[in-house]
Design a protein around this ligand. Structure first.
Ligand SMILES: *Cc1c(COP(=O)(O)O)cnc(C)c1O
Length: 361
Protein backbone atom coordinates (compact mmCIF):
# COMPACT_ATOMS: atom_id res chain seq x y z
CA UNK A 1 0.00 0.00 0.00
CA UNK A 2 1.27 3.43 -0.86
CA UNK A 3 2.48 5.62 1.94
CA UNK A 4 1.99 8.69 -0.20
CA UNK A 5 -1.22 10.14 1.18
CA UNK A 6 -2.88 13.55 1.01
CA UNK A 7 -3.40 15.78 4.03
CA UNK A 8 -6.49 15.09 6.18
CA UNK A 9 -9.63 16.68 4.75
CA UNK A 10 -8.47 16.78 1.13
CA UNK A 11 -10.27 13.59 0.10
CA UNK A 12 -13.50 14.94 1.65
CA UNK A 13 -13.57 17.62 -1.04
CA UNK A 14 -16.15 16.93 -3.75
CA UNK A 15 -14.95 18.34 -7.07
CA UNK A 16 -16.52 21.70 -7.89
CA UNK A 17 -19.08 21.36 -10.66
CA UNK A 18 -19.00 24.31 -13.04
CA UNK A 19 -22.05 25.32 -15.06
CA UNK A 20 -22.55 23.26 -18.22
CA UNK A 21 -21.97 25.02 -21.55
CA UNK A 22 -23.09 22.49 -24.19
CA UNK A 23 -26.02 20.22 -24.94
CA UNK A 24 -25.32 17.27 -27.23
CA UNK A 25 -27.14 17.66 -30.54
CA UNK A 26 -28.57 21.11 -29.80
CA UNK A 27 -27.28 24.28 -31.46
CA UNK A 28 -27.98 27.93 -30.63
CA UNK A 29 -27.40 27.10 -26.98
CA UNK A 30 -27.48 29.85 -24.36
CA UNK A 31 -25.52 29.33 -21.18
CA UNK A 32 -27.42 30.63 -18.17
CA UNK A 33 -25.69 28.41 -15.64
CA UNK A 34 -22.71 30.43 -14.37
CA UNK A 35 -24.02 33.94 -13.70
CA UNK A 36 -21.88 35.43 -16.45
CA UNK A 37 -22.52 38.89 -17.88
CA UNK A 38 -24.43 38.30 -21.15
CA UNK A 39 -23.24 41.66 -22.51
CA UNK A 40 -19.57 40.68 -22.22
CA UNK A 41 -16.72 42.76 -20.84
CA UNK A 42 -16.40 46.51 -21.37
CA UNK A 43 -14.99 47.24 -24.86
CA UNK A 44 -12.26 49.18 -23.04
CA UNK A 45 -11.30 46.05 -21.10
CA UNK A 46 -11.04 44.09 -24.35
CA UNK A 47 -8.83 46.81 -25.87
CA UNK A 48 -6.64 46.87 -22.77
CA UNK A 49 -6.25 43.12 -22.82
CA UNK A 50 -5.34 43.13 -26.51
CA UNK A 51 -2.79 45.90 -25.96
CA UNK A 52 -1.32 43.93 -23.05
CA UNK A 53 -0.71 40.91 -25.30
CA UNK A 54 2.40 42.58 -26.76
CA UNK A 55 4.14 42.66 -23.38
CA UNK A 56 3.28 39.12 -22.33
CA UNK A 57 7.00 38.24 -22.26
CA UNK A 58 7.19 40.35 -19.07
CA UNK A 59 6.13 39.11 -15.67
CA UNK A 60 3.21 41.02 -14.20
CA UNK A 61 3.54 43.59 -11.46
CA UNK A 62 3.77 41.67 -8.22
CA UNK A 63 2.12 44.35 -6.10
CA UNK A 64 -0.75 45.07 -8.53
CA UNK A 65 -0.25 48.77 -7.73
CA UNK A 66 -2.03 50.18 -10.78
CA UNK A 67 -5.10 47.99 -10.35
CA UNK A 68 -5.30 48.62 -6.61
CA UNK A 69 -5.13 52.38 -7.22
CA UNK A 70 -7.88 52.19 -9.83
CA UNK A 71 -10.13 50.15 -7.51
CA UNK A 72 -9.38 52.58 -4.69
CA UNK A 73 -10.27 55.62 -6.78
CA UNK A 74 -13.48 54.20 -8.19
CA UNK A 75 -14.82 52.68 -4.97
CA UNK A 76 -13.32 55.10 -2.45
CA UNK A 77 -11.14 52.43 -0.82
CA UNK A 78 -7.62 52.62 0.60
CA UNK A 79 -5.36 50.85 -1.98
CA UNK A 80 -3.01 49.82 0.83
CA UNK A 81 -5.73 47.54 2.20
CA UNK A 82 -6.57 45.82 -1.11
CA UNK A 83 -5.16 42.44 -2.16
CA UNK A 84 -5.73 41.08 -5.68
CA UNK A 85 -6.20 37.43 -6.52
CA UNK A 86 -6.79 35.02 -9.36
CA UNK A 87 -10.51 35.46 -8.89
CA UNK A 88 -12.02 36.05 -5.48
CA UNK A 89 -11.85 32.27 -5.07
CA UNK A 90 -8.13 32.72 -4.49
CA UNK A 91 -8.76 35.29 -1.76
CA UNK A 92 -11.19 32.84 -0.09
CA UNK A 93 -8.46 30.18 -0.25
CA UNK A 94 -5.84 32.57 1.23
CA UNK A 95 -8.20 33.39 4.10
CA UNK A 96 -8.70 29.72 4.95
CA UNK A 97 -5.02 28.89 4.53
CA UNK A 98 -3.95 31.77 6.80
CA UNK A 99 -6.63 31.71 9.47
CA UNK A 100 -7.95 28.15 9.80
CA UNK A 101 -6.31 24.76 10.25
CA UNK A 102 -6.88 21.43 11.98
CA UNK A 103 -9.29 21.80 14.90
CA UNK A 104 -10.59 25.17 13.69
CA UNK A 105 -14.12 25.75 12.43
CA UNK A 106 -15.13 27.62 9.30
CA UNK A 107 -18.79 28.67 9.31
CA UNK A 108 -21.03 29.29 6.33
CA UNK A 109 -24.76 29.04 5.81
CA UNK A 110 -27.03 26.26 4.57
CA UNK A 111 -27.21 27.42 0.96
CA UNK A 112 -23.79 29.10 0.98
CA UNK A 113 -21.33 29.18 -1.94
CA UNK A 114 -19.46 25.89 -2.51
CA UNK A 115 -15.95 27.35 -2.31
CA UNK A 116 -16.22 28.08 1.42
CA UNK A 117 -16.45 24.40 2.27
CA UNK A 118 -13.83 23.41 -0.32
CA UNK A 119 -11.28 25.95 0.91
CA UNK A 120 -11.94 25.10 4.56
CA UNK A 121 -11.30 21.41 3.89
CA UNK A 122 -8.22 22.22 1.80
CA UNK A 123 -6.82 24.06 4.83
CA UNK A 124 -7.49 21.05 7.08
CA UNK A 125 -10.17 22.94 9.00
CA UNK A 126 -13.66 21.75 9.91
CA UNK A 127 -16.50 23.15 7.79
CA UNK A 128 -19.64 24.00 9.79
CA UNK A 129 -22.95 24.72 8.08
CA UNK A 130 -25.65 26.71 9.89
CA UNK A 131 -29.31 26.99 8.88
CA UNK A 132 -30.83 29.85 6.92
CA UNK A 133 -34.32 31.27 7.40
CA UNK A 134 -36.47 31.05 4.25
CA UNK A 135 -33.39 31.00 1.99
CA UNK A 136 -31.93 34.03 3.73
CA UNK A 137 -28.82 34.34 5.91
CA UNK A 138 -29.89 34.17 9.56
CA UNK A 139 -27.59 36.22 11.79
CA UNK A 140 -28.92 34.68 15.00
CA UNK A 141 -28.30 31.16 13.71
CA UNK A 142 -24.72 32.08 12.80
CA UNK A 143 -24.06 33.64 16.18
CA UNK A 144 -25.57 30.61 17.90
CA UNK A 145 -23.34 28.35 15.76
CA UNK A 146 -20.10 30.04 16.80
CA UNK A 147 -17.78 28.32 19.26
CA UNK A 148 -14.30 28.92 20.64
CA UNK A 149 -13.02 27.09 17.57
CA UNK A 150 -14.70 29.38 15.04
CA UNK A 151 -12.04 31.22 13.04
CA UNK A 152 -13.86 32.31 9.88
CA UNK A 153 -17.48 33.10 9.01
CA UNK A 154 -18.38 33.44 5.33
CA UNK A 155 -21.52 35.04 3.98
CA UNK A 156 -22.22 36.20 0.44
CA UNK A 157 -24.32 39.37 0.28
CA UNK A 158 -26.21 39.16 -2.05
CA UNK A 159 -26.02 35.38 -1.74
CA UNK A 160 -25.58 32.70 -4.38
CA UNK A 161 -27.66 30.67 -5.27
CA UNK A 162 -30.54 32.33 -3.38
CA UNK A 163 -30.12 35.93 -4.62
CA UNK A 164 -31.26 37.27 -1.23
CA UNK A 165 -29.40 39.77 0.93
CA UNK A 166 -29.35 41.09 4.48
CA UNK A 167 -29.19 44.73 5.57
CA UNK A 168 -26.09 46.66 6.59
CA UNK A 169 -27.48 46.73 10.13
CA UNK A 170 -27.70 42.95 10.19
CA UNK A 171 -24.16 42.62 8.83
CA UNK A 172 -22.91 45.00 11.53
CA UNK A 173 -24.80 43.05 14.20
CA UNK A 174 -23.13 39.86 12.95
CA UNK A 175 -19.66 41.42 12.97
CA UNK A 176 -20.13 42.81 16.46
CA UNK A 177 -21.53 39.58 17.88
CA UNK A 178 -18.78 37.22 16.73
CA UNK A 179 -16.33 35.70 19.19
CA UNK A 180 -13.13 37.73 19.28
CA UNK A 181 -10.99 35.14 17.48
CA UNK A 182 -13.33 34.97 14.45
CA UNK A 183 -13.01 36.91 11.20
CA UNK A 184 -16.12 37.76 9.16
CA UNK A 185 -15.80 37.53 5.37
CA UNK A 186 -18.37 39.41 3.27
CA UNK A 187 -18.38 37.94 -0.23
CA UNK A 188 -19.52 40.74 -2.51
CA UNK A 189 -19.41 38.86 -5.83
CA UNK A 190 -22.81 40.34 -6.78
CA UNK A 191 -22.55 43.65 -4.91
CA UNK A 192 -22.32 45.77 -8.07
CA UNK A 193 -25.79 44.63 -9.10
CA UNK A 194 -27.25 46.46 -6.10
CA UNK A 195 -27.62 50.17 -6.84
CA UNK A 196 -25.64 52.29 -4.39
CA UNK A 197 -24.39 49.33 -2.31
CA UNK A 198 -20.81 49.53 -0.97
CA UNK A 199 -20.53 45.72 -0.55
CA UNK A 200 -19.90 46.20 3.15
CA UNK A 201 -16.92 48.60 2.86
CA UNK A 202 -18.21 50.76 5.71
CA UNK A 203 -18.60 47.73 7.96
CA UNK A 204 -15.02 46.71 7.10
CA UNK A 205 -13.65 50.19 7.78
CA UNK A 206 -15.23 50.55 11.19
CA UNK A 207 -13.85 47.24 12.51
CA UNK A 208 -10.77 45.04 12.68
CA UNK A 209 -12.59 41.72 12.24
CA UNK A 210 -14.21 42.06 8.80
CA UNK A 211 -12.89 41.46 5.27
CA UNK A 212 -14.81 41.79 2.01
CA UNK A 213 -14.12 40.05 -1.29
CA UNK A 214 -15.10 41.34 -4.73
CA UNK A 215 -14.72 39.94 -8.22
CA UNK A 216 -14.31 40.94 -11.86
CA UNK A 217 -16.08 37.73 -12.90
CA UNK A 218 -19.69 38.87 -12.63
CA UNK A 219 -20.83 42.40 -13.58
CA UNK A 220 -17.46 43.19 -15.17
CA UNK A 221 -17.81 40.19 -17.48
CA UNK A 222 -14.25 38.95 -16.93
CA UNK A 223 -14.76 35.47 -15.45
CA UNK A 224 -12.29 34.12 -17.98
CA UNK A 225 -9.58 36.57 -16.91
CA UNK A 226 -9.56 35.42 -13.25
CA UNK A 227 -9.30 38.60 -11.22
CA UNK A 228 -10.81 39.38 -7.84
CA UNK A 229 -9.76 41.20 -4.70
CA UNK A 230 -10.10 41.44 -0.98
CA UNK A 231 -10.39 44.54 1.22
CA UNK A 232 -9.78 44.48 4.93
CA UNK A 233 -7.79 45.69 7.89
CA UNK A 234 -4.13 46.34 7.01
CA UNK A 235 -2.98 43.67 9.48
CA UNK A 236 -5.14 41.00 7.80
CA UNK A 237 -4.09 42.01 4.28
CA UNK A 238 -0.44 41.82 5.38
CA UNK A 239 -1.00 38.22 6.47
CA UNK A 240 -2.71 37.24 3.20
CA UNK A 241 0.08 38.76 1.11
CA UNK A 242 2.59 36.35 2.68
CA UNK A 243 0.94 33.31 1.08
CA UNK A 244 0.04 35.03 -2.19
CA UNK A 245 2.19 34.00 -5.14
CA UNK A 246 4.11 37.06 -6.39
CA UNK A 247 2.69 36.75 -9.92
CA UNK A 248 -0.78 35.45 -9.13
CA UNK A 249 -2.62 37.79 -11.53
CA UNK A 250 -1.62 37.91 -15.20
CA UNK A 251 -0.52 40.97 -17.19
CA UNK A 252 -3.67 40.73 -19.31
CA UNK A 253 -5.95 40.18 -16.33
CA UNK A 254 -4.57 43.22 -14.52
CA UNK A 255 -4.94 45.40 -17.63
CA UNK A 256 -8.49 44.24 -18.34
CA UNK A 257 -9.62 44.65 -14.73
CA UNK A 258 -8.19 48.16 -14.46
CA UNK A 259 -9.96 49.29 -17.63
CA UNK A 260 -13.17 47.57 -16.54
CA UNK A 261 -13.36 49.15 -13.09
CA UNK A 262 -12.71 52.60 -14.57
CA UNK A 263 -15.48 52.20 -17.17
CA UNK A 264 -18.23 53.06 -14.71
CA UNK A 265 -20.62 54.03 -17.51
CA UNK A 266 -20.52 50.50 -18.85
CA UNK A 267 -20.98 49.02 -15.37
CA UNK A 268 -24.04 51.26 -14.85
CA UNK A 269 -25.43 50.09 -18.20
CA UNK A 270 -24.97 46.41 -17.23
CA UNK A 271 -26.62 46.99 -13.83
CA UNK A 272 -29.63 48.70 -15.43
CA UNK A 273 -30.08 46.03 -18.12
CA UNK A 274 -29.85 43.29 -15.51
CA UNK A 275 -32.43 44.95 -13.26
CA UNK A 276 -34.83 45.43 -16.16
CA UNK A 277 -34.69 41.86 -17.46
CA UNK A 278 -34.50 40.33 -13.99
CA UNK A 279 -37.85 41.80 -12.98
CA UNK A 280 -39.38 41.01 -16.36
CA UNK A 281 -38.22 37.38 -16.10
CA UNK A 282 -39.35 36.99 -12.48
CA UNK A 283 -42.82 38.25 -13.37
CA UNK A 284 -43.10 35.96 -16.39
CA UNK A 285 -42.03 32.93 -14.35
CA UNK A 286 -44.44 33.80 -11.55
CA UNK A 287 -47.27 34.14 -14.08
CA UNK A 288 -46.35 30.65 -15.33
CA UNK A 289 -46.66 29.32 -11.78
CA UNK A 290 -42.96 29.38 -10.86
CA UNK A 291 -42.26 31.71 -7.92
CA UNK A 292 -38.92 33.10 -6.77
CA UNK A 293 -37.59 35.29 -3.98
CA UNK A 294 -36.81 38.88 -4.97
CA UNK A 295 -33.31 38.62 -6.38
CA UNK A 296 -30.63 41.22 -5.69
CA UNK A 297 -28.17 39.60 -8.12
CA UNK A 298 -27.94 38.60 -11.80
CA UNK A 299 -29.87 35.38 -11.50
CA UNK A 300 -33.22 34.09 -10.31
CA UNK A 301 -33.70 31.06 -8.10
CA UNK A 302 -36.88 29.60 -9.59
CA UNK A 303 -38.82 27.35 -7.24
CA UNK A 304 -40.79 24.37 -8.56
CA UNK A 305 -43.36 22.20 -6.82
CA UNK A 306 -40.88 19.34 -6.34
CA UNK A 307 -37.44 18.07 -7.24
CA UNK A 308 -39.06 15.96 -9.97
CA UNK A 309 -40.64 18.98 -11.55
CA UNK A 310 -37.44 21.04 -11.36
CA UNK A 311 -35.44 18.26 -13.01
CA UNK A 312 -38.05 17.71 -15.69
CA UNK A 313 -38.06 21.43 -16.46
CA UNK A 314 -34.25 21.43 -16.61
CA UNK A 315 -34.37 18.54 -19.11
CA UNK A 316 -37.00 20.29 -21.21
CA UNK A 317 -35.08 23.59 -21.21
CA UNK A 318 -31.99 21.72 -22.41
CA UNK A 319 -33.87 20.44 -25.44
CA UNK A 320 -34.62 24.12 -26.18
CA UNK A 321 -30.94 25.01 -25.91
CA UNK A 322 -31.34 26.70 -22.53
CA UNK A 323 -28.81 25.69 -19.90
CA UNK A 324 -29.67 26.61 -16.30
CA UNK A 325 -28.26 25.30 -13.03
CA UNK A 326 -29.58 22.61 -10.72
CA UNK A 327 -29.02 23.51 -7.07
CA UNK A 328 -29.79 20.30 -5.18
CA UNK A 329 -26.13 20.33 -4.15
CA UNK A 330 -26.92 23.63 -2.41
CA UNK A 331 -29.81 22.06 -0.50
CA UNK A 332 -32.53 23.38 -2.82
CA UNK A 333 -33.63 20.28 -4.77
CA UNK A 334 -36.79 21.93 -6.15
CA UNK A 335 -34.90 24.97 -7.44
CA UNK A 336 -33.26 25.94 -10.71
CA UNK A 337 -30.89 28.89 -10.76
CA UNK A 338 -31.27 30.89 -13.94
CA UNK A 339 -28.83 33.62 -14.92
CA UNK A 340 -30.47 36.78 -16.26
CA UNK A 341 -29.33 36.79 -19.87
CA UNK A 342 -29.84 39.38 -22.58
CA UNK A 343 -33.34 40.22 -23.83
CA UNK A 344 -33.46 37.40 -26.35
CA UNK A 345 -32.30 34.79 -23.80
CA UNK A 346 -34.80 36.01 -21.20
CA UNK A 347 -37.63 35.81 -23.73
CA UNK A 348 -36.59 32.31 -24.78
CA UNK A 349 -36.29 31.21 -21.16
CA UNK A 350 -39.69 32.59 -20.12
CA UNK A 351 -41.31 30.96 -23.16
CA UNK A 352 -39.54 27.66 -22.36
CA UNK A 353 -40.69 27.56 -18.74
CA UNK A 354 -44.24 28.51 -19.75
CA UNK A 355 -44.37 25.79 -22.43
CA UNK A 356 -43.10 23.26 -19.89
CA UNK A 357 -45.69 24.23 -17.28
CA UNK A 358 -48.52 24.32 -19.85
CA UNK A 359 -47.66 20.80 -21.00
CA UNK A 360 -47.87 19.51 -17.44
CA UNK A 361 -51.27 20.88 -16.55
C1 LIG B 1 -19.08 33.76 -8.77
C2 LIG B 1 -18.83 33.88 -7.32
C3 LIG B 1 -17.58 34.23 -6.83
C4 LIG B 1 -16.52 34.67 -7.79
O1 LIG B 1 -15.52 33.79 -8.00
P1 LIG B 1 -14.26 34.27 -8.83
O2 LIG B 1 -13.21 33.36 -8.34
O3 LIG B 1 -14.00 35.70 -8.48
O4 LIG B 1 -14.59 34.09 -10.27
C5 LIG B 1 -17.37 34.36 -5.48
N1 LIG B 1 -18.38 34.15 -4.62
C6 LIG B 1 -19.61 33.85 -5.04
C7 LIG B 1 -20.72 33.69 -4.06
C8 LIG B 1 -19.86 33.68 -6.40
O5 LIG B 1 -21.09 33.35 -6.81
Amino acid sequence: MTRITPQPGIMDIALYQGGAAHVAGVSNVVKLSSNENPLGPSPRAIDAMQAAAASMNRYPSSDHGALRSAIGEVHGLDPERIICGAGSDEIIAFLCQCFAGPGDEVLYTQHGFAMYRISALAAGATPVEVTERERCVDVDAILAGCTEQTRLVFIANPANPTGTMISEGEVARLADGLPEQALLVLDGAYAEYVEGFDAGAKVVEARDNVVMTRTFSKIYGLGGARVGYGYGPKAIVDVLNRVRGPFNVSVSGLAAAEAAVRDTGYTDHCRAENAKWRSWLAEELAAAGVPSDTSCANFILARFASQDEAEACDEYLKTQGLIVRRVSGYGIPNGLRMTVGDEDSCRRLAAGVKAFKDART
